[in-house]
Design a protein around this ligand. Structure first.
Ligand code: KG4
Ligand code: ZN
Length: 347
């Protein structure tokens, strides 16, 4: 089935064409408008999607070598995400489905991340345990069968990507924080600062990252004071690198430990680590070591499918369309589309 996918939940404007599990095209336009604000500005994101999406969609068809007449289904992100941003892509998808009389899939963004290994790993299938780490989400999810999910744990405060983004601002490294922290950390010592790991009491798979962020803030302030720097001046590069490396190590410790515990509990044969933060090299290495140690097959999407992309939305939506699921064109996007609705029937 040839599926046209659309993703506009945050600041990536993306369209893709899939033929079954084969990606014919995957176009992702990352909005640069937010850089000067150190974070995504919702209204700017929505307006940028309006401006960019028609060209991104046309490019996806062109690269795929597919005409609209050949498209057999449409999939668009329903949520969670920024409501103004979601409305743009979702409305575009619904209009496309209506004008062409095509079946329409309203996709949960988190299910897109969860199933993203479909795009590259032929052997990928449930049962699996997934660590979903992105700018808005940090969750450990168990899937025993296709489209059946159980959330084992989630963050009680900051999402992993959010922590990277906030620490990057503290270090005056810019936005988005993940890639710049990873780069700075390469030159730093991961044991330079003893940042806390909030080990919540046994029996929970939740994580907490806000204490870590506060500890980084205190360490940055103390170092600046000790060096006679004003609060607004950046730390010297070598100190910033040490902070970045020590912070990154703490996040990796927490996330990889939770993944290991979940794998031990469920005895799942496969694991998935996906979402924007899954592009982090040292996190990938540590999760691979955890999986290898337990004899578990780890599915790690390549970096281009870790961050937000329409290919994963087309894949998740396409699977549901192939099962005969259909969403009425009266369906609307939902900003806080609960991850618990992942196993929900079309509504
Ligand atoms: O999945 P995604 O593109 O969007 C959301 O659904 O949130 O994730 C974006 C997040 C940002 O917080 C960004 O800083 C983080 O992923 N990220 C990384 C890396 N690349 C992106 N975090 C750590 N290391 C990276 N290399
Ligand atoms: Zn995402």
């Amino acid at each position: 089935m040839i599926v046209f996918g659309i993703e506009t939940s945050c600041d990536e404007t993306s369209a893709a064409v899939l033929d079954g599990r084969t990606v014919l095209s995957s176009i992702v336009s990352s909005q640069a408008e937010h850089l000067e604000y150190n974070g995504v500005v919702p209204e700017i994101a929505a307006r940028a999607h309006v401006r960019l999406l028609p060209a991104v969609a046309a490019e996806a068809l062109k690269v795929a070598g597919v005409t609209l007449d050949q498209v057999e289904g449409v999939a668009a992100t329903r949520g969670p995400g920024l409501i103004g941003a979601l409305l743009v892509g979702f409305g575009f998808g619904r209009a496309l489905a209506r004008s062409r009389n095509l079946p329409f899939a309203a996709v949960n963004h988190i299910e897109g991340h969860l199933l993203s290994p479909i795009l590259t790993d032929p052997g990928f299938a449930p049962p699996f345990v997934a660590l979903i780490v992105s700018g808005g989400h940090t969750e450990i999810i168990v899937s025993e069968d296709w489209h059946r999910y159980r959330i084992l744990g989630s963050t009680r405060d900051d999402a992993a990507g959010e922590a990277f983004d906030k620490v990057a601002v503290l270090l005056s490294l810019g936005y988005p924080g993940g890639p710049v922290i990873e780069k700075a950390a390469r030159a730093g010592r991961k044991d330079a600062f003893a940042f806390p790991r909030a080990w919540l009491k046994p029996g929970t798979f939740d994580v907490s990252l806000s204490g870590l962020k506060s500890a980084v803030r205190r360490a940055v302030e103390e170092r600046k004071a000790a060096l006679g720097l004003s609060p607004a001046s950046p730390l010297p590069g070598d100190v910033a690198s040490d902070v970045a490396a020590s912070f990154q190590e703490a996040v990796i410790d927490v996330l990889s430990t939770r993944l290991r515990e979940a794998l031990l509990l469920t005895r799942a044969p496969r694991a998935v680590v996906a979402g924007g933060v899954a592009a982090n090299g040292p996190l990938r290495e540590r999760c691979q070591a955890v999986a290898d140690g337990l004899g578990v097959t780890l599915h790690l999407p390549p970096n281009r499918y870790c961050g937000d992309n329409a290919a994963m939305i087309a894949a998740a939506g396409g699977l549901r369309l192939e099962r005969g699921e259909r969403w009425p064109l009266s369906t609307t996007p939902i900003a806080d589309f609960s991850t618990l609705g992942l196993d929900g029937s079309p509504s």
